[in-house]
Design a protein around this ligand. Structure first.
Ligand code: NI
Length: 178
């Protein structure tokens, strides 16, 4: 059995300050780094998310994970190096904003450069839900949330709904929770 070197992580929800704090790059790729990635994956799967960024677990590091149905992908210190001009819109949810769905327009296709959990440079092209999830998670590394894409009226209307849903901590069936 693998020794658990990182304690289970808790999900941080809005307005936790860690969600608004820019992360720092990972410099050392150690057993602890890999343990954090495993603990993040446990937290994401437990909450049925399809992506998670380190700030959502209270970690100030540039780590995102995504599993949009094609297996777990780990991106450490990720950078978007190319984006398609063409955008499309998806109603996105966020594990840190229970009950809130926001229509967000993002590039359809992106190219990412990052490191894997052993510190190797990795790159890849993504589209569809995976591309959306990766962009959503990278926003988290800069303290950006889906509510920042709302217009002020929509934000005002959803504030009441958000407060109610925070108490229930659940989503409707149709929103993709990233
Ligand atoms: Ni999110």
């Amino acid at each position: 059995m693998q020794k658990q070197i990182v304690d289970p992580l808790d999900l941080k929800t809005y307005p936790a300050a860690c969600l608004r704090t820019k992360t720092v790059d990972v410099k050392d790729f150690t057993e602890e780094t890999r343990g954090m990635v495993r603990a993040m994956a446990d937290l994401m799967y437990k909450n049925q998310g399809i992506g998670l960024a380190a700030p959502q677990a209270g970690l100030g590091l540039s780590i995102v994970i995504v599993d949009a149905g094609c297996g777990l992908k780990v991106f450490i210190n990720p950078k978007v190096v190319k984006r398609s001009r063409e955008k499309d819109t998806l109603e996105e949810g966020c594990l840190s904003l229970p009950g809130v769905g926001v229509n967000v327009a993002r590039p359809k296709e992106i190219e990412i450069r990052a490191k894997d959990r052993d510190g190797n440079v990795v790159s890849g092209k993504f589209d569809g839900l995976e591309a959306k999830a990766i962009q959503h998670e990278i926003d988290h590394l800069y303290g950006k949330l889906i509510i920042d894409y709302m217009n002020p009226v929509a934000r005002f209307i959803s504030a009441g709904r958000f407060k109610r849903e925070m108490r229930k901590k659940r989503f409707g069936d149709t929103i993709k929770v990233l």
